[in-house]
Design a protein around this ligand. Structure first.
Ligand SMILES: [Zn+2]
Length: 395
């Protein structure tokens, strides 16, 4: 009888539970409207060209801060790089864990351009996210980050991500939206490019599911990673990140013609729905396993496994053998270690460690795959290695 009752209850409760989560994303998708997105972009372009360091850039910055603050705790992050200084604007939806999913875009424009598409469209999605996602609760934190300094070489994001890394922040992934509002053909209106690397491909898979499940009339055009935007700062520091960009080439980018008249608002709205729903889904995600490098540390110089100096470079520099240790969240069956995609060690017991003894010079890719019964997670980093010594005695 108890068993029957349990089956009976699960029949009633389960659909309600599934629907509750389903409804949350459905409601988020339905709340995204064209008019609001249009108004955000119009406001941003009407400040005129707003390159990093200009008065107009500061005005756009304040506009974003004001909009974020209507819904969320908001702060500035000040950065400096050579002759440039700037501010990023960060709004946070507090979750129940210490892990964060980041949605990012850049608010600075090219020097002569009003930047409606590049990247007024990305910022419009962020402002929309503040307005809508702030009404819900999520398991993990959601951080909405508006960068400046992008057009000078991702300066605002590089500084910020180094800061996150040095503070040991747990970043699940960064979703960067940059130039997502141009479509002039039927085909272009149904495709969005997603640039990603092997470790971050799971984000694209979730977005793909979302577009199908919620009938968003947009498909993902998957491409390998390319260091074209602020997502690269995250990848440099070993975090997972994807870059969303329109499928068609917009010839108005970086010209005075990057204006709202050339933004396809219904296309942008679809992209924005896809991106916000993906963020919401990840923010409630229960990960079976997650892995990250504990050693070597990015920005450190080592002699064998001894840390001797600190740099601000987005990789470790190692003289001698390379000692790697992986931190695993979840239950791992084993961790596999690779160098330049060649398997080097398998460790089945915590702490998960490997010593790379190969004779190596210059830049190499360190990678580890943590394997559990429910899934795997990949982590990777670049390292500069100088090892001229043949394999020595065991560690
Ligand atoms: Zn851009």
């Amino acid at each position: 009888m108890k068993k029957l009752l349990a089956i009976f209850i699960s029949f009633i409760i389960l659909p309600i539970f599934i629907n509750a989560n389903d409804d949350k994303i459905k409601n988020i998708v339905n709340a995204i409207d064209e008019n609001t997105l249009y108004n955000y972009i119009e406001t941003i372009q009407n400040f005129g060209p707003h390159p990093t360091g200009s008065e107009e850039c500061e005005k756009v910055c304040q506009f974003i801060y004001r909009e974020f603050s209507k819904y969320l705790d908001t702060e500035y992050y000040e950065w400096e790089n050579g002759k440039y200084i700037g501010k990023n604007v960060i709004a946070t939806i507090k979750g129940k864990t210490n892990s964060s999913i980041i949605l990012s875009a850049h608010y600075d424009s090219y020097y002569n351009s009003p930047g409606a598409d590049d990247d007024g469209t990305g910022i419009a999605c962020l402002l929309m996210a503040a307005k809508i996602l702030s009404k819900y609760e999520f398991k993990h934190n959601i951080k909405l980050v508006a960068f400046s300094g992008e057009e000078q070489g991702m300066l605002g994001s590089a500084d910020y991500v180094r800061h996150l890394y040095e503070n040991g922040e747990d970043i699940i992934a960064d979703i960067n939206v940059d130039t997502v509002g141009y479509a002039s053909s039927r085909e272009g209106g149904k495709l969005i490019r997603v640039l990603t690397d092997e470790a971050s491909i799971w984000v694209t898979d979730i977005a793909e599911e979302i577009s199908y499940e919620y009938n968003l009339d947009i498909s993902l055009y998957r491409q390998g990673n390319f260091p074209a935007g602020d997502h690269q700062s995250f990848i440099d520091y070993g975090y997972e990140a994807v870059f969303f960009v329109e499928y068609e080439f917009n010839k108005n980018i970086h010209t005075p013609n990057d204006i709202i008249e050339y933004v396809n608002i219904s296309y942008l709205t679809k992209v924005c729905k896809l991106v916000l729903a993906t963020v919401a889904k990840i923010a409630d995600y229960e990960f079976p396993i997650r892995a990250k490098f504990e050693e070597p540390k990015i920005g450190k110089i080592y002699i064998n496994d001894r840390e001797i100096l600190t740099t601000n470079k987005p990789y470790p520099i190692i003289f001698g053998r390379t000692y790697a240790r992986i931190n695993v969240m979840g239950k791992a069956k084993r961790v596999e270690f690779f160098i330049d995609d060649e398997l080097k060690c398998i460790d089945e017991n915590s702490p998960y460690e490997c010593i790379y003894k190969d004779i190596l010079f210059f830049k190499h890719k360190l990678k580890a795959i943590a394997v559990s019964i429910n899934g795997t997670d990949i982590c990777r980093m670049n390292a500069i290695i100088f090892n001229i010594l043949p394999p020595g005695p065991p560690h």
